[in-house]
Design a protein around this ligand. Structure first.
Ligand code: GRF
Length: 193
């Protein structure tokens, strides 16, 4: 599930193509029609690889939060997905959704959780003056970026870093950590709970 640029989605697809990740991206759901990630899916499909379905489910098209979450849940349930990866999905899913897919949803977050949950994690890290930040993959529960941690990589914060330079350094590690973590889940090397 995506909201924006889709570089983590790209890292997943690349790892699959390179034979490092034994998985298959069946469906991409975006809450924004203008997400660059959707363009990437169009390009992959046009290039003739295994077709990836995509859906745009925008919050503004649904009267209530539950009906938005339910629309997403139906797509995922119909396709019997094994794992839901929030790869830059910028909306908080409700408690009901989290419970429905407990142990089957993971998220990547650009900080060493539990430090700096929520938006602008890199900006928060710089404002706090922390010398080490990083990225975290965690199971999703009803709390914001609060589910149990699966994997982390530490990234140094350097003198003179801006939000952009720190984000870029962390993003490089995200692109390695997320596919590696999915592979461990696929190989049953990680258990939920
Ligand atoms: C990443 O930094 C991820 O950690 C955060 O949102 C950003 C998404 O980037 N949740 P992208 O869309 O995968 O390029």
């Amino acid at each position: 599930m995506v909201s924006g640029r889709g570089s983590n989605l790209d890292a997943i697809v690349r790892s699959i193509d390179e034979g490092k990740l034994n998985a298959c991206v069946n469906v991409v759901i975006s809450d924004r029609h203008d997400a660059l990630a959707l363009k990437r899916v169009e390009e992959w499909n046009a290039a003739g690889g295994k077709r990836i379905e995509s859906f745009v489910i925008e919050r503004s098209s649904f009267p209530g939060k539950d009906s938005f979450d339910d629309a997403i849940a139906s797509i995922l349930e119909e396709r019997e997905v094994d794992l839901i990866v929030l790869a830059g999905f910028m909306r908080v899913l409700g408690a009901k959704f989290a419970a429905r897919f407990a142990g089957k949803i993971i998220n990547i977050h650009p900080s060493l959780l539990p430090s700096f949950p929520g938006l602008h994690a890199q900006r928060q890290a710089l404002a706090y003056g922390t010398k080490i930040s990083g990225c975290t993959v965690h199971f999703v529960d009803k709390t914001l970026d609060g589910g149990s941690i699966i994997s982390q990589v530490a990234v140094p914060v350097l003198d003179g870093d801006t939000e952009d330079t720190l984000s870029e350094r962390i993003l490089k590690e995200e692109h390695r950590l997320l596919p590696e973590t999915i592979q461990k889940l696929a190989a049953n090397q990680i258990r939920f709970g």
